[in-house]
Design a protein around this ligand. Structure first.
Ligand SMILES: Cc1cc2nc3c(=O)[nH]c(=O)nc-3n(C[C@H](O)[C@H](O)[C@H](O)COP(=O)(O)OP(=O)(O)OC[C@H]3O[C@@H](n4cnc5c(N)ncnc54)[C@H](O)[C@@H]3O)c2cc1C
Length: 638
């Protein structure tokens, strides 16, 4: 990202701004771009904690998670509290701390959720004001913004012939410089895994970004189609546009501490001021927003800014010595993330197809240690630097995944949905006492909101077109089962003794046992891959969970001991839901009970989508302004 006109100190700022956006990440910069474009005479300021830099991505080099050098300075790292229901496991969760936010460091897997995710999010809550809102967050209401948020480039004929990429142009159509494309490289063993999954009965779909995605999908990468360089919001929504906008300022290396209402009331007065801290010397100063403040600091920091500003559960704010501005027990509650369990096999006992003993007959791609071989690195780097780029470094995470509904898992479907129905038949206050974090479990709105979510989750898990399981893959001898719609709810809480530091994360994984049963069902379903003709012919033997893990109880125990709590998709910590149901923002993204203050990032989702989350963060950014929400409101006011 070029420096352009980036601001580095308070003295470089204007006296006041019209819009102030807290967090220059995936959604925040999308909003800043669109607002500064729509209102050339209104000044927009983005305040970002990180700097402009190229950090190391999660999969650099490809297929190697947590490569040396990651996480670096451009990344936040959180260690969650131990989760007692899964053997006190903790998660190491990272997020982007850089201009562009998590889109700068993520795995670049660029899929979209299923239509059922968003229809559930928008489903009637029984609160008239909310249900009758003109703003729709269902599939129909979001699809235009998914389309608008990316430019998709058709892969070259050579790649199509070689790998079999398929797509449907009609689900794309945007022209914004956030790129979605297919790389010119795949590992040699990818077709083996694809074939085995097809033999399990998984049907291939031509395209999965159009709302229907049960089956096997090709998934594009967020990268430039020719150079294969990462495409992120710092480039697409700041560097690409900033030089032509004299109303778009970005202040880096500054922390948005909190918002403060100058008239001491959150309604009926002026919009809040933003208290800002310079990271260089710790100096505090205020920035004035004439029209409004939009918090886009991501699902882990947005609730923290709200807490410091007096929005949250009164009891928790009191402990940190903060006076309540609006009592909102949902701030920092409802934390969800995609968790993953592993199935692994090997083929070492068998001679390869050609009769020659092969130590890794299935894994035709280099194993992670091979990737540090100097010759491999030199060749991969040379290929990546060519135009067009070629070779393994053009790959990010992977480009294929299967998405399977729970209804396909006949052995477990009945018992799991029966358990969910039993929970739904239980009074909300009892469910809250059993499943919600103790510090909010007596809150009537939180209990009612969780009951609403249980009903939506039952509908999703009973729908034969709505996926419950994702398995992303690129070849190799192991697969991860990703639990798409968790039932357990965690918290993001202010660090009471050091409120300016990172918050405390508690995933409370497995606190609703349905999650463990669902993960066990996923493993039972997927392990059938070992017995497919393709893998049998290669002598595959299951290593994990292993033949001795057979019963549901044993599978649940395996999940408990081995589950990865997070794949870096935290969400839903300032959920869009009526206040009566524990929500934090309305459908116009305004914080309940406050004026001049919105939230727009992954915090506002109610449930995790059946996808990785960057596409939704971009779409939320797009919809926040373009869906006539902010722009229409302020256009009318002019
Ligand atoms: C390692 C990793 C791998 C991932 N892999 C994928 C993937 O393959 N595909 C996919 O679709 N998604 C993936 N994701 C998830 C996806 O990237 C995120 O969900 C999405 O980018 C979040 O967007 P956001 O706008 O909500 O927050 P972010 O993009 O994280 O932006 C928040 C910004 O706010 C800034 N900030 C925070 N606090 C303050 C403060 N007080 N003051 C000023 N600034 C502040 C942060 O520094 C950051 O720049 C991954 C994420 C990570 C971290």
């Amino acid at each position: 990202v070029p420096e352009v006109a980036t601001k580095r100190q308070a003295t470089q700022l204007r006296e006041q701004y019209d819009f102030v956006i807290l967090g220059g990440g995936t959604a925040g910069l999308t909003i800043a771009d669109r607002l500064s474009e729509a209102f050339p005479r209104k000044a927009v300021l983005v305040i970002e904690y990180g700097d402009i830099e190229y950090g190391r991505g999660f999969f650099d080099p490809p297929q190697v998670e947590h490569a040396p050098g990651f996480p670096g300075a451009s990344t936040w790292t959180f260690n969650s509290l131990p989760s007692p229901h899964v053997a006190n496991k903790t998660a190491t969760v990272v997020a982007g701390k850089v201009v562009g936010g998590s889109s700068c460091v993520n795995g670049q897997f660029f899929d979209r959720g299923s239509r059922h995710d968003f229809d559930a999010w928008d489903a009637a809550t029984g609160v008239a004001e909310f249900d009758r809102s003109e703003h729709r967050w269902n599939w129909e209401g979001l699809f235009p913004y998914f389309k608008k948020s990316v430019t998709f480039t058709v892969p070259p004929e050579t790649s199509v012939e070689k790998f079999g990429y398929t797509w449907d142009d009609s689900v794309y159509g945007g022209t914004t410089p956030i790129h979605s494309s297919y790389p010119p490289f795949q590992w040699a063993d990818l077709p083996i895994v694809r074939d085995a999954l097809k033999e399990m009965g998984v049907l291939s779909r031509q395209e999965c970004a159009g709302g229907d995605k049960a089956g096997m999908c090709w998934v594009p990468t967020s990268q430039h189609p020719t150079t294969s360089r990462r495409s992120h919001s710092g480039l697409g929504h700041y560097a690409a546009v900033n030089a032509t906008r004299d109303n778009y300022d970005l202040l880096v290396r500054h922390q948005a501490v909190r918002v403060v209402y100058p008239d001491r009331q959150a309604q009926g007065g002026r919009p809040p001021l933003v208290e800002v801290r310079a990271l260089s010397d710790g100096r505090l100063f205020n920035v004035t927003a004439r029209l409004e403040v939009i918090i886009s600091a991501g699902a882990l920091h947005t609730p923290t800014i709200l807490h410091r500003s007096g929005f949250g559960p009164t009891e928790i704010l009191q402990k940190a010595g903060i006076s309540t501005v609006v009592d909102l027990p949902g701030v920092g509650a409802n934390l969800q993330d995609h968790s993953a369990s592993i199935i692994e096999w090997n083929c070492e006992s068998i001679h390869s197809i050609n009769g020659v003993k092969d130590t890794k007959p299935l894994d035709l791609s280099p194993l992670p240690p091979d990737m540090y071989d100097p010759a491999f690195i030199a060749d991969a780097t040379a290929g990546f630097d060519e135009t067009p780029a070629r070779g393994p470094y053009t790959l990010a995470m992977r480009n294929t995944a299967i998405y399977i509904p729970l209804t396909n898992m006949s052995t477990d479907f009945e018992s799991i949905t029966t358990t969910i129905k039993q929970q739904l038949a239980t009074p909300p206050s009892d469910n809250a006492a059993t499943y919600l974090p103790p510090d909010i479990s007596t809150s009537q709105p939180m209990a009612a909101g969780y009951q609403h979510q249980l009903a939506l989750l039952l509908a999703l898990h009973s729908n034969p077109s709505a996926p419950s399981l994702e398995v992303p893959f690129g070849g190799g001898t192991s697969l991860s089962t990703v639990n798409l719609h968790p039932f357990s709810r965690g918290t993001v809480r202010l660090n009471a003794t050091h409120p300016l530091e990172q918050p405390v994360l508690d995933y409370r994984a497995g606190s609703n046992p349905v999650d463990l049963a669902v993960a066990a069902a996923h493993l039972r379903h997927l392990r059938r891959i070992i017995t497919t003709p393709t893998l049998r012919a290669r002598g595959a033997v299951e290593v994990r969970p292993g033949a001795n893990v057979a019963t549901t109880e044993q599978l649940v125990d395996y999940v408990r001991r081995s589950v990865q709590l997070s794949i870096h998709h935290p969400c839903c910590t300032a959920a869009m839901l009526p206040r009566e149901l524990g929500g934090v923002v309305g459908k116009d993204l305004r914080v309940h009970g406050a004026e001049g203050l919105r939230v727009a990032d992954m915090s506002v989702a109610l449930l995790l989508p059946s996808s990785h989350t960057s596409s939704l963060a971009y779409a939320i950014g797009e919809k926040t302004q373009a869906a006539d929400i902010i722009i229409q409101e302020w256009s009318q006011a002019e």
